[in-house]
Design a protein around this ligand. Structure first.
Ligand code: HEC
Length: 102
């Protein structure tokens, strides 16, 4: 019973994957990813498109073309890198200033 259900699910998923060809990345995301990821924003996290498409291929078994298109899409909507924030200068740890004057 459980096996049959799993087989049906797998077949459905495989069929859905085949239909992915020719869909826009937006549509792909809405159909296949939005269930779990509400927004495509913030997923790329500044990764390279190549790294990202490897991740997508690995985790979601999409074709490499689909993965590339999705990766490029995620990057295009990703928020600006944190480094661009004004006033986000990093200062290293400073030794505590002693308030006691000796
Ligand atoms: C069944 C739910 C589910 C679906 C569907 C799903 N994801 Fe995910 N995704 C997750 C979970 C859970 C994680 C976190 C896993 C982890 O950190 O290893 C994740 C992680 C990711 C990450 C890495 C984010 C990070 O913080 O490093 C990316 C990118 C991503 N998903 C993209 C996609 C794309 C694109 C799709 C559609 C093809 C998709 N996901 C579909 C559940 C899902």
């Amino acid at each position: 019973m459980t096996l049959a259900a799993a087989a049906v699910l797998t077949a459905t998923f495989a069929a859905a994957q085949n239909l992915d060809a020719g869909k826009s990345p937006q549509k792909l995301f809405a159909d296949g990813c939005a269930t779990c990821h509400r927004s495509p924003r913030g997923l790329a996290k500044g990764r390279f498109t190549l790294t990202l498409s490897w991740f997508l291929k690995d985790h979601y078994a999409t074709s490499s073309d689909t993965a590339k298109a999705l990766a490029a899409y995620l990057e295009s909507v990703d928020t600006a890198p944190a480094a661009a924030k004004p006033g986000a200068k990093r200062s290293g740890p400073r030794p505590p200033k002693s308030s006691q004057s000796q």
